[in-house]
Write a protein that binds this ligand. Structure first.
Ligand code: GDP
Ligand code: IMO
Ligand code: MG
Length: 429
């Protein structure tokens, strides 16, 4: 068997959690391969809503094993909060959650460093979720990090103290007053205490050499779906650098984040909103800083799942989508939040960019620093309620036409259209 991938094609929050949850019954294993608690994946069913940050979105399906891969970084404090929320809804993870021993730990002081670096950037701040992502991946590549497998070893506390000291030295050298800095509303000492309590909670969870586990599962014809976090335009290499996250978010990261060969990749589901959002700073050519943008925010309830921040909203950006499809080798598209456009008379899509008077449909290096002005194509809205639709045949003609238009532009078929946050609100094409 080959592993399938589902990942975001825009700036995150495309609805990955919802679609992974829908697909979960078709898979034996759902696995995260990168990112950490900067992710917020929302799943709704039976009038209940869950937001997952570290745990894969297959956790609500009893028969699916969920693996947190080696490419993921874990904050025990956040992870424990997730567990508590699941347990309070009688969702047990005892049998179907496994963690890679090679996944790195986010230390309390990684979070302080994140806050300090953002603070020091002033107006140029990334708009980080401040979950410690950048500093933790930095330590990983600097070969200083501490991994999940280290928790059980005798020298764990010694390693922890050494790394914490290094971090505090850096913080002091920047003259950053960490004593007044709160992490999730707690002082460093308070947070550290809860972090170590959470380490005890992680201890009984099964930890594995996940690269062997995933490869053996594929060899045994098990179906594996790799769940992306963030989105392609936040990729550390190909996103709108430096306004990106600190991991590779593209399909290639599945190979390093799980330890599987490129030849083991099957379908690549690319997921995008029928419009576009971004949270945090950085270029967003099709952003609507006007009433229409506000309408998208209101109708789409566009407020961050992890931070609660209002998301910036705009039209779909076809050039950026084509770029994402190219980078990821997307074989099937999934368009979410079509229902959010139910009351728009007309819908626009950025087709090209005007870049210094030249019409282009690619994203040049200079786009990080200079303006790309989108040139729009406009299609008719459908002006009806789509939230109850179950079948492609019942879709209003204008929605079908919008889907066809996107397929023609992107040259990849749309396999699913999502028309609401609930698990049941999905049309398979
Ligand atoms: P993720 O990070 O990609 O998993 O996406 P988020 O959960 O951060 O954000 C997507 C938001 O849109 C969540 O609040 C979902 O419940 C919601 N959502 C997902 N699909 C749809 C849809 O088709 N229509 C509407 N209206 N909401 C959706
Ligand atoms: P999901 O998986 C949307 C954004 C942040 C910030 C930048 C860097 O829910 O789609 P970081 O915390 O990684 O240092 O932040 O990336 N960002 C996301 N935006 N969805 C996410 O994840 C995100 N994870 C990070 O807002 O602009
Ligand atoms: Mg999200």
């Amino acid at each position: 068997m080959k592993a399938d991938i589902l990942l975001g094609l825009q700036w995150g929050d495309e609805g990955k959690g919802k679609i992974v949850d829908v697909l979960a019954p078709q898979y034996d294993i759902i696995t995260r391969f990168q990112g950490g608690p900067n992710a917020g994946h929302t799943i709704e069913f039976d009038n209940k809503k869950f937001i997952l940050h570290t745990i894969p979105s297959g956790i609500f399906n009893k028969n699916t094993i969920n693996v947190i891969g080696n490419g993921v970084i874990i904050d025990p404090f956040v992870f424990n909060k997730e567990l508590e929320k699941l347990e309070s809804s009688q969702i047990s993870v005892d049998k179907n959650l496994l963690i890679s021993k090679k996944a790195h730990l986010i230390l309390p002081t990684h979070r302080l460093l994140d806050a300090m670096y953002e603070h020091n950037k002033g107006k140029a701040k990334i708009g980080s979720t401040l979950k410690g992502i950048g500093p933790t991946y930095t330590d990983k590549t600097a070969r200083l990090g501490i991994r999940i497998g280290n928790i059980e070893r005798n020298d764990f506390y010694k390693k922890y103290k050494e790394l914490k000291e290094k971090h505090l030295q850096i913080i002091k050298s920047f003259d950053f007053d960490y004593n007044t800095q709160k992490i999730e509303g707690l002082t460093l000492d308070e947070y550290e205490q809860k972090w170590f309590d959470a380490i005890e909670i992680i201890k009984p969870i099964q930890k594995i050499d996940s690269e062997y586990y995933i490869n053996q599962s594929l060899n045994n014809n098990k179906k594996v779906l790799a769940e992306g976090a963030q989105g392609t335009m936040l990729d550390v290499d190909f996103g709108t650098y430096p306004f990106v996250t600190s991991s590779n978010t593209v399909a290639a990261a599945v190979c390093t984040g799980l330890g599987i060969a490129p030849s083991k990749i099957g379908e690549v589901y690319g997921i995008f909103k029928a419009y576009c959002t971004r949270v945090g700073s950085g270029p967003f050519p099709t952003e609507l800083d006007n009433e229409e943008g506000q309408k998208l925010r209101d109708e789409g309830r566009e407020y961050g799942s992890t931070t609660g921040r209002p998301r910036r909203c705009g039209w779909v950006d076809l050039a950026a989508l084509k770029y994402a499809v190219m980078l990821n080798g997307v074989t099937k598209l999934c368009m979410t939040k079509a229902d959010v456009l139910n009351t728009f008379k007309t819908i626009k899509a950025g087709a090209n960019y005007d870049f210094g008077g030249k019409l282009i449909d690619y994203i040049p290096f200079e786009a990080s620093y200079e303006n790309l002005n989108p040139v729009y194509k406009e299609v008719q809205g459908w002006n009806c309620n789509t939230t109850e639709l179950k079948k492609a045949d019942d879709m209003p003609a204008e929605l079908t036409a919008y889907v066809k238009f996107i397929e023609q532009e992107i040259k990849v078929p749309v396999a699913m259209v999502s028309v609401g946050p609930d698990r049941s609100q999905l049309i398979t094409l």
